[in-house]
Design a protein around this ligand. Structure first.
Ligand code: SF4
Length: 490
């Protein structure tokens, strides 16, 4: 045996990381299913099922190729590795650079040697080079540099189509009645059923657990959804939980798909003339801009970043996050119910409903981060920490974003059909039927007025606040709403 390669459950790609050069005749593959991973937190069972079943399928595929795979259950990853090493003559461990600080430290302390992590399009040292040249780490600057560096949607040195972004075209509300293609269903096999039995959970057919399934999800998106993705990417509707979203993030984040494969499929379809530029650009921005930027910033900002709480938000996690029956807010009830069903909602409910609510209620960022980590199928540490702490609840005081993503009911009313079926009225900020988002949006600005006074991007909002004639009344209603939310009665 020449190498013992440890394979974490989020690096399941044959052509990347340490596996890229692995030889079935010489290398031993070690995989560990740890008790800590399964029972260490209150994980969503769909997430656990997906991660474990995908890992077992991947182990089986490697065995079919001729590899010896030692797949063990153990209390912790290190305990599992120690027992595998001890049974194979104590070889040292080789591993791709892990995707979280915690796992990096654990494996480093165990003496593992690392192969560079190429599960992203931007090597970590390259991101650091970019960051060193920036005064402010703006995603938009990074994205444009990525377009040029990777030569994606660039024509004669300029953005293809004449614009770097098509956000204006990509903000349509949901159609009156969404009548899109059916959801792609993934059938279950023996491995899926075995994992389901062990977890005591019946999985839906939403998520694939194999490389083939992940590829069919990619093709389904390109063939049936990509063209209409852009304009509806921010819309929310009770008619359809996915709209034209790709549903590829779980596979990108556990390695079953590599971002380069997804970029290639998207650009091939665009070059064939099948896809409007606004859809292509919107999707490419998420892949080579947002996703790479968030991963780069996770490592750049350091491990202590997750503990930020610059707005001194101390409220305990609201009961509605764990029980949708604890609220009459239709948007939140529907969203949390969707998450309980399939461990996923798209980026706008995550940002403009869940994070917005945590932000304007002053919910403790670390409690909210823990909940987001546990609930979402694609919630890797590297993605959730900057997304929640920086983008979602502004707990870093503006290291990532130039202003907080706070919004009242008007935005939600415009971008969804939730308000039609709600007890509250998005236009009202005071009174018993006032939308809690609208009341708390103004109250949030009022509470943090001094903190935001120096931020020129908040000037317009603070100007609006100064013009509210009913501010005293609104403050009283905000206290009622906050205590009602704490008790699960709003
Ligand atoms: Fe949500 Fe307010 Fe609309 Fe109700 S009225 S669905 S709480 S935004």
């Amino acid at each position: 045996m020449s190498r013992l390669i440890f394979l974490p459950f989020d690096q399941l790609h044959r052509d990347h990381g340490a596996l890229r050069t692995a030889d079935p005749k010489q290398d031993l593959i070690a995989m560990v299913e740890s008790d800590r991973m399964i029972a260490g937190r209150n994980w969503h069972p769909a997430r656990l099922h997906f991660l474990i079943s995908a890992a077992r399928h991947f182990a089986a595929a490697l065995q079919k190729e001729g590899f010896t795979v030692d797949y063990r259950k153990a209390p912790t990853i290190i305990a599992g590795l120690e027992s595998i090493q001890s049974d194979h003559g104590q070889p040292p461990v080789t591993c791709t650079e892990p995707s979280s600080f915690r796992q990096h430290q654990l494996l480093q302390s165990h003496g593992a040697s690392f192969v560079a992590n190429d599960f992203f399009l931007t090597p970590r040292p390259l991101f650091e080079e970019w960051a060193a040249t920036q005064k402010k780490y703006l995603m938009e600057s990074f994205y444009r540099a990525q377009r040029i560096r990777l030569d994606i949607l660039i024509t004669d040195g300029l953005p293809t189509g004449g614009s770097w972004n098509y956000d204006k075209e990509n903000r349509l509300p949901p159609p009156k009645k969404y009548d899109g293609p059916p959801y792609l269903e993934h059938t279950r096999d023996e491995i899926d059923d075995q994992v389901a039995e062990e977890l005591g959970y019946i999985p839906s057919t939403t998520w694939a657990t194999t490389r083939d399934g992940a590829l069919s999800q990619l093709h389904n998106f390109i063939d049936n959804h990509f063209g209409e993705f852009g304009p509806l990417e921010d819309a929310m509707t009770t008619d359809n939980w996915a709209l034209h979203h790709s549903l590829l993030s779980p596979y990108l984040n556990n390695g079953l798909l590599h971002p380069q494969e997804v970029v290639d499929a998207a650009i091939t379809a665009f070059n064939a003339g099948e896809i409007p530029i606004e859809s292509c650009e919107g999707f490419i921005r998420q892949l080579i801009g947002w996703r790479e930027y968030i991963n780069g910033m996770y490592w750049h900002l350091g491990e202590a970043y997750r503990d930020n709480n610059r707005l001194n938000a101390t409220r305990n996690l609201l009961p509605l996050f764990t029980d949708p029956n604890k609220t009459s807010m239709n948007c939140i009830k529907q969203t949390v119910t969707d998450i309980q069903s399939r461990a996923w909602v798209h980026h706008i409910p995550r940002l403009m409903l869940l994070s917005n609510l945590a932000l304007i209620t002053g919910t403790n960022p670390q409690q909210f981060l823990d909940w987001m980590r546990e609930m979402f199928i694609d919630a890797a540490d590297w993605v959730m920490v900057p997304n929640v702490i920086g983008m979602g609840v502004y707990a870093d005081g503006g290291q990532l974003m130039t202003k907080p993503y706070a919004a009242g009911g008007a935005y939600i009313s415009r971008m969804s059909n939730y308000c039609k079926g709600c007890d509250y009225n998005p236009k009202l900020r005071t009174g018993e039927t006032a939308c809690p988002f609208t009341t708390l949006y103004w109250d949030f600005l009022d509470r943090h007025r001094e903190q935001f006074a120096g931020n020129h991007r908040m000037r317009q909002q603070l100007f609006g606040l100064d013009r509210l004639a009913d501010l005293p009344e609104l403050r009283v209603r905000a206290q009622e709403v906050l205590s009602g939310l704490d008790q699960g009665g709003i």
